[in-house]
Design a protein around this ligand. Structure first.
Ligand SMILES: Cc1ncc(COP(=O)(O)O)c(C=O)c1O
Length: 430
């Protein structure tokens, strides 16, 4: 595989952009090597500046459930762009977008748009704090909710001790407003609620944690979170920036029959353009300015081009409902790995989300149970798969995203290439 041009661009980028990238995981630090520079993309394929073609299993980290450059979405973007790139004022398409999103979330009355998932989370947390007049928020270890200060926090040495910032630049005082519990641990959550009782404004969780491995939770655990938050008057926020509209037309919480108080969205609802959203009931959402005194704003919020991409994406999703097919593709991948007979050739899959878990140990449900050997194995094969034309997310902790543009052939060829690499690895291990 030729990488001359990508390498050249990366060397130049290092002098212009911190670490050469505009978002850290793109730097390939955790898999080794240097980033591939994309030139164009269509369907499930991307082309790079050196003339290589890859099948993409990263898909811009989730927004592209319909594949790259889906022609109807591109056309909607072009049409909208030709009428003005940004108004910073009200326009009719915002209403259609809001109606479409709300039609998928029973029990919710309002949606406020932002330009990213991070902003959606930031807004939801502010709404929760404003609505409850409380300061503390409880999140879970390994859950990523964007780069908002209060979410860049990890657990301190003991459960009930204060959390610490996981990034420099986050003030201690802010870190201390976030409590951190392990996933899948009812007892830890109970201890924190016992200790802080009516000080906790909200519990925030991805109902399907997919940012630090794919860690499907027990239904009972999520139900318990619903109960404990209700008991103590805290809000339950489902961060569905990844899972929203990915597993069904709407939220994953609804699929499970659990009703949170607020939902955050992003990725898919923008169809590849920058959009985030907070969805909730009028009671809490109408506390936002200008009606209420919880402030939130954005120059590009409700941007007409992004809204057009979002409406078209959601319309196509509704009409085509690719969920069953996507689920089958995910399962097919797991079956091929399983039929290889390799004890460590495995993947966790939920619908169109796949996570390679190259270990024979039980699939984990919490971050601290993730097998380090599995992560090391992924790193070892990443470059080999890349050379064979498979672009996977460049980190062992990240999930693969399938789209309706992926075919059985795309699935089979990745699975078979993976099995081949793992067999060679096995020969070296044993
Ligand atoms: C669950 C979740 N919440 C929030 C975010 C932040 O979204 P964005 O990157 O659009 O700011 C992400 C991004 O990956 C995410 O996966």
């Amino acid at each position: 595989m030729k990488t001359t041009q990508s390498k050249k661009l990366y060397q130049k980028a290092l002098k212009l952009i911190p670490g050469g990238v505009n978002s850290p995981v793109r730097a390939f630090r955790s898999v080794g090597g240097t980033p591939i520079y994309f030139k164009s993309a269509s369907g499930s394929k991307v082309k790079d500046v050196d003339g290589n073609t890859f099948t993409d299993y990263c898909m811009s980290w989730g927004p592209l459930i319909l594949g790259h450059a889906r022609k109807e979405v591109v056309k909607a973007v072009q049409d909208a762009a030709s009428k003005g790139l940004s108004y910073g004022a009200c326009h009719e398409a915002e209403l259609e977008f809001a109606e479409t999103i709300l039609s998928a979330f029973k029990g919710f009355d309002r949606v406020r748009l932002t330009s990213s998932g991070t902003e959606a989370v930031m807004t939801a947390l502010r709404v929760a704090r404003g609505a409850t007049n409380r300061d503390l928020v409880l999140k879970f270890e390994g859950g990523y909710h964007g780069h908002y200060d209060g979410m860049l926090v990890k657990a301190g040495s003991g459960l009930a001790t204060q959390s610490i910032a996981s990034s420099r630049g986050v003030p201690d005082a802010v870190a201390k407003t976030t409590l951190v519990a392990p996933l899948d641990d009812d007892q830890a959550v109970t201890i924190l609620f016992d200790q802080y009782r009516t000080k906790i404004a909200a519990v925030i969780i991805e109902p399907l944690p997919a940012n630090n491995g794919l860690l499907p939770q027990r239904l009972e655990f999520l139900k318990f979170l619903r109960e404990v938050t209700q008991k103590y008057g805290a809000l339950l926020i489902f961060d569905e920036v990844i899972s929203g509209f990915r597993l069904q037309f709407g939220g994953y919480g609804q699929m499970l029959g659990i009703a949170p108080d607020l939902v955050t969205l992003g990725k898919i609802i923008g169809g590849g353009m920058p959009v985030g959203a907070v969805v909730g009931r009028a009671a809490e959402m109408d506390l936002l300015a200008p009606l209420g005194s919880i402030y939130q704003a954005g120059t590009l919020s409700g941007n007409p081009v992004s809204v057009a991409a979002g409406i078209k994406t959601l319309k196509l999703l509704k009409a085509e409902s690719p969920y069953k097919k996507l689920d089958q593709l995910g399962k097919r991948f797991g079956e091929i790995l399983e039929s290889s007979g390799l004890h460590f050739g495995r993947a966790v899959s939920v619908g169109s989300l796949l996570w390679l878990y190259l270990d024979e140990l039980e699939f984990p449900r919490r971050a601290d149970r993730i097998s380090q050997i599995a992560m090391e194995r992924f790193k070892k094969i990443y470059g080999k798969l890349l050379e064979k034309g498979f672009y996977l997310p460049p980190s062992s902790y990240e999930v693969l995203f399938l789209s309706s543009a992926h075919t059985e052939k795309d699935i089979d060829s990745l699975a078979n290439a993976l099995v081949k690499e793992l067999r060679q690895m096995k020969d070296k291990i044993i």
